[in-house]
Structures are given as structure tokens and as C-alpha cells.
Design a protein around this ligand. Structure first.
Ligand SMILES: Cc1cc2nc3c(=O)[nH]c(=O)nc-3n(C[C@H](O)[C@H](O)[C@H](O)COP(=O)(O)O)c2cc1C
Length: 324
């Protein structure tokens, strides 16, 4: 398939695996890239820039295809060593960066001078336009359905994507709720040039996470996610579990007075316990509504080939048959 996104990133299929904390290691990124999509290593999951440099080298040893690194900019008491991470990316010869969170403007010159293409993930048309105006090469438009941080506007992709198409000149991919060939064709119809998936890629053989997490995704329905941290304006869509219920109880009891400290136990440092040890109630973890469409744990190549076969059949058979 040829779209502005496949051309921009030099990939076979317009399918991107979004950065995921404690999921996006070299194994997954390489598997997605080897299957013709764009795999992405999650920068901040690596404790130091030196660790990220090693992870990039590991990924390069597993694939000769393009892959990217996610850099998430979040407000933090003690900010990560962003200059160090950027240096590791540039020196590691990575040519694609997915930025997310705060405005990435400060980091664009260093990245783009090194020939790196930047795709910024954002949850509103105004942030997408901002990304375009500061010189990002593409955007990933993340609808309200998405796993992780959907922002505070609550606009689902059926509205958000055509709105983005009306306003943007740079290419964009649809993110949030994407799972299969239907998602891809719908995304293209709504004006996107490809799709970004998070939750769906967790339920793959190569995702280096505990089997309990994959089983939970297969078992979950579209009704099983919850929004936490709304009162803190740091909304996150997570799978419902005992920790989610504890957190929501605290939010209810404390109302507008709730602070980050009150919920620390459910959110801080829980990812390694969940993703690596498989302690499913250790804390809250990001998960999209798309869990309702996940019924198996294929390899990344099986998943991507299936998506492309479905998309081709929709485009060449089902849709033309409707035009009279
Ligand atoms: C477990 C998990 C962890 C995530 N961690 C990050 C992250 O660290 N940085 C980021 O930019 N996005 C993160 N995301 C968001 C994904 O990159 C992607 O935008 C989102 O999952 C798309 O929605 P979907 O899950 O419906 O496919 C995460 C998502 C999940 C499910």
C-alpha cells in the first residue's frame, strides 16, 4: 500500500506501533518493522540514555527495516534527561521519532538537523495544527477511544479524524480504537494516511510482556476500560481492575481535593510489576476500548498480513460492489 505515511517513513504498510511504557522494547519494535509496519521503542522505559542507546543497538541487530523511538514529554518534578535521550537517538542513527505529551518544539531542531522525521501524537485538532506549524512531519491523531492519555476534549475518532483532515496539510495517522482491516479502511476513508495501534500490539506473540496481560486483553470487552485521573486533568484510559476501583473510590471520596499523592500507590512505578511479573491488580495500566475487538494473540506478521488482506478485500471487493 502506498500513502504519504509509507512514503515518509519508507515502510511497506501504513501501520505504526505506538510507544508503550514497559511494552515497547526492541523485540516488539523489531517484530513490527520486520512485518512491514513501523515499530517504535519507548524511550523513557529505558532508565538512562545509555540504556536507550543499547536498546536501539539491540533493535538494529534484529531488523534492517526502519524503526522509531517514542519520546514522551510529561510534566515531572524531576524531568528525565531529555538532552541525553535525544543524543542517544541521533547517535544511534534512528531516523523516526514519535513525540507525545507536551509541545516538542524545543527538541525539533536537534532531531531534524540529524535528518530525523518527527510524528507528534496529539488528541485535538488545535494541537495537531500547532504540531504542523512548528514543523512536525506528520501527526498521530489520538481519539477518545484510545488506551493511555486521551486528553480532556473527549472527541472520538469518527469526528476527530475528518476534522483533522479538514484542517491539516501534513499527513496524519488515525490512533485509538484501531484493530483490524476495517479500522484501516475506515481511517483512510476519514482522511488519515494510515493507523497507529497500541493495545492491539500488546496482544501479539512478540510483545515482551507477561502472558497474564495478553490473557486479560483477550478476555476484556469494550465495556471494561475506565477513565482515571480526570480531576487531575491527566486523564488516562485503563483496564478496570482492583487498583482502578481503589483509585476511583479515592477520587470519589476526595472530590476536587484529590492530589497526585493520594493515588500514588495505584499509579507510581507499577508498570514493571504488571507487564513483567504479571501482577494484574498491582496498579492501573493503559488499555484502549479496542480490547473488545481482540480475540487472539497472533505474531506481528500474522496480525499485519491479516489486516492488509482484510483491507484489500474491503477496498477491492466489498466497497466497489456497493457503487452502482
Ligand atoms: C500499555 C500502554 C502504554 C502506553 N504508553 C505510552 C507512552 O509511554 N507514551 C506514549 O506516547 N503513548 C503511550 N501509549 C499510547 C499508545 O502509544 C497509543 O497512542 C494508544 O495505545 C492508541 O490507542 P489504542 O490503544 O486504542 O490502539 C500507551 C498505551 C498503552 C496501551
Amino acid at each position: 500500500m502506498k500513502t504519504r505515511i509509507t512514503e515518509l517513513f519508507g515502510i511497506r504498510y501504513p501501520i505504526i506501533q505506538g510507544g508503550m511504557h514497559f511494552v515497547g522494547f526492541a523485540e516488539l519494535a523489531a517484530a513490527v518493522s520486520n512485518a512491514g509496519g513501523l515499530g517504535i521503542i519507548t524511550g523513557l522505559t529505558q532508565r538512562t540514555p545509555e540504556d536507550l542507546a543499547r536498546e536501539i543497538a539491540r533493535c538494529r541487530a534484529m531488523t534492517d527495516k526502519p524503526f522509531g523511538v517514542n519520546l514522551t514529554f510529561l510534566p515531572a518534578v524531576k524531568p528525565p534527561d531529555y538532552p541525553g535521550y535525544v543524543k542517544a537517538i541521533v547517535e544511534g542513527g534512528v531516523k523516526i521519532v514519535e513525540t507525545a505529551g507536551n509541545n516538542p518544539q524545543k527538541w525539533l531542531p536537534a532531531l531534524q538537523e540529524a535528518g530525523i522525521k518527527v510524528i507528534h501524537k496529539c488528541t485535538s485538532v488545535r494541537h495537531a495544527l500547532k504540531a504542523e506549524s512548528i514543523g512536525c512531519d506528520a501527526v498521530s491523531v489520538d481519539g477518545f477511544e484510545c488506551g493511555g492519555h486521551p486528553g480532556e476534549d473527549d472527541i472520538p475518532n469518527f469526528i476527530l479524524l475528518p476534522r483533522a483532515a479538514e484542517e491539516l496539510k501534513i499527513p496524519f495517522v488515525a490512533s485509538g480504537g484501531m484493530a483490524d482491516g476495517r479500522s484501516l479502511v475506515a481511517a483512510l476513508a476519514l482522511g488519515a494516511e494510515g493507523m497507529n495501534m497500541g493495545t492491539r500490539f500488546m496482544a501479539t506473540k512478540e510483545a515482551p510482556i507477561h502472558q497474564n496481560v495478553k490473557d486479560a486483553l483477550v478476555a476484556a470487552s469494550e465495556l471494561d476500560t475506565r477513565l482515571v485521573m480526570r480531576p487531575l486533568r491527566n486523564t488516562e484510559r485503563v483496564l478496570n481492575n482492583a487498583a482502578t476501583e481503589r483509585l476511583l473510590e479515592k477520587e470519589k471520596a476526595l472530590g476536587a481535593a484529590v492530589t497526585f499523592n493520594d493515588i500514588l500507590g495505584e499509579v507510581a512505578g507499577v508498570y514493571p510489576r504488571i507487564m513483567q511479573q504479571g501482577e494484574m491488580d498491582a496498579g492501573v495500566w493503559s488499555c484502549g476500548m479496542v480490547a473488545g475487538l481482540i480475540r487472539d494473540v497472533p505474531t506481528c506478521a500474522e496480525l499485519i498480513e491479516r489486516i492488509m488482506a482484510e483491507a484489500r478485500a474491503l477496498i477491492t471487493k466489498r466497497l466497489p460492489g456497493m457503487v452502482i
